[in-house]
Ligand binder design. Structure first.
Ligand SMILES: Nc1ncnc2c1ncn2[C@@H]1O[C@H](COP(=O)(O)OP(=O)(O)O)[C@@H](O)[C@H]1O
Ligand SMILES: [Mg+2]
Length: 385
């Protein structure tokens, strides 16, 4: 099953474009599942008909669903939630407990886990995902790293400590503080779920992201950063969708300067990413309903199949060059000063602006230090001593 993730800054038209992509893919003969994971669900608004937590057919060959994240968390990890509530009740360090409760990225991850369930149905060719604004999507991508740290460090220790402390805590009536086996089991399920979702997201033969943007400086800047962050986390972007461009009929008078600015931003976008730039004009009214969305899909995708991989890429790759192995990451519009690279133990630690990632080093490179990290034509190349 193909997975198409649509993300971008708030309000640029993610939901509208997701719904149009779904309708367009169905017009190309695909069986489509349209999944909304943005907590501010509005797929129903765009389609002009109700969509909820249960899958519902919204057009021929298009089924839509909004993920109820809190219910999902409760359903899957109630043991963890109960334990955490216990911790809070027993007056454990509230800050610690709260930090665990709001595991950054957990919500998004739970939402994306729904992709796996759609796939398991075996009835769909493509799952189009209306994601939360870019920030949250990226938090979700970072989540596996955060969880690995938590599980490896804190939790192993806790598990060992829990065994030793259990009798003592029970005697003094603080039994709620000891995580029971069911809590550990729930955490283990969480880790395996995270891993499954990660596998799907990082599989460039299956999953691609599309960045929705407007031709305005502030939005384009965020789009550039998002593109780089997605690369850093290994997610391939296969198109940039520029929405709400001023139609030529509206480029005079007051809007002449807006139009001029748009042309500049479009030129920058065109030079920018090495993926197809698809466009949609501002409509005279909101594109609501299946008809309007189908027309929008035709405008955006032309003869292209919206479910196709519009550009194949492996944004993050290990390459053998001669006798050495190097890491390459596509990072357009990133400057040298914004990147930090260091090998520590079994991981390579990368920072691009405020996004960090630890990548496991291939066995042959463990223990080596970074020889050089340079940007060569929008690609970060890391070599090892
Ligand atoms: N090309 C367009 N022309 C006119 N209105 C649009 C267009 N694309 C989106 N809209 C409208 O803009 C608003 C925000 O779009 P929406 O898809 O909900 O954005 P997001 O999901 O990014 O928050 C909605 O009212 C939508 O109908
Ligand atoms: Mg939306």
């Amino acid at each position: 099953m193909r997975v198409v993730l649509l993300t971008g800054k708030g309000g640029v038209g993610k939901t509208t474009m997701s719904a149009a992509t779904a309708i367009g893919a169905a017009a190309h003969g695909h069986r489509v599942f349209l999944l909304s994971t943005d907590p501010a669900h509005s797929v129903g608004d765009a389609l002009g008909r109700p969509v909820g937590a249960r899958p519902v057919e919204v057009a021929p060959s298009v089924v839509a669903q909004e993920v109820a994240v809190l219910d999902e968390i409760e359903r899957s990890w109630s043991e963890i939630q109960d334990w955490l509530r216990g911790l809070l009740r027993e007056g454990a360090d509230e800050l610690v407990a709260e930090e665990i409760l709001v595991f950054p990225g957990l919500e998004e991850l739970v939402a994306l886990r729904a992709i796996r369930e759609v796939e398991a149905l075996g009835e769909f060719d493509v799952c189009v995902v209306d994601c939360a604004p870019t920030g949250s999507t990226l938090r979700m991508l970072r989540f596996p790293d955060a969880l690995a740290v938590f599980m490896g460090g804190v939790f192993d220790l806790e598990r060992r400590a829990a065994r030793a402390l259990k009798p003592i805590l029970e005697t003094v009536g603080l039994r709620g503080l000891v995580p029971g086996d069911e809590v550990f089991a729930a955490f283990e399920r969480l880790v395996s779920d995270v891993d499954d979702v990660r596998q799907i997201l990082l599989d460039g033969d299956r999953t691609t992201a599309r960045l929705v943007t407007n031709a305005a400086r502030v939005v384009v800047d965020e789009t550039r950063r998002s593109f780089a962050y997605l690369s850093l986390y290994g997610v391939a972007t296969d198109a940039v969708l520029v929405n709400r461009l001023l139609p030529s009929a509206a480029q005079g008078g007051f809007f002449a300067r807006w139009a001029a600015r748009e042309h500049e931003e479009l030129a920058a976008l065109e030079a920018g990413f090495g993926v197809p730039l698809l466009r949609a004009e501002l409509r005279a009214g909101e594109p609501i309903g299946v008809e309007a969305l189908a027309a929008l899909a035709r405008e955006v995708y032309g003869a292209r199949d919206p479910a196709a991989i519009l550009q194949r890429g492996r944004p993050l790759r290990w390459r053998r060059v001669g006798a050495t192995t190097r890491l390459e990451i596509d990072l357009p519009h990133v400057s040298k000063e914004e990147v930090e690279v260091a090998a520590r133990g079994e991981d390579l630690h990368l920072r691009v602006r405020d996004a960090r990632r630890a990548i496991a080093l291939p066995a042959s490179l463990v223990g080596r230090s970074v020889q050089s990290a340079r940007l060569e034509r929008d690609v970060l190349v890391v070599t090892f001593a």
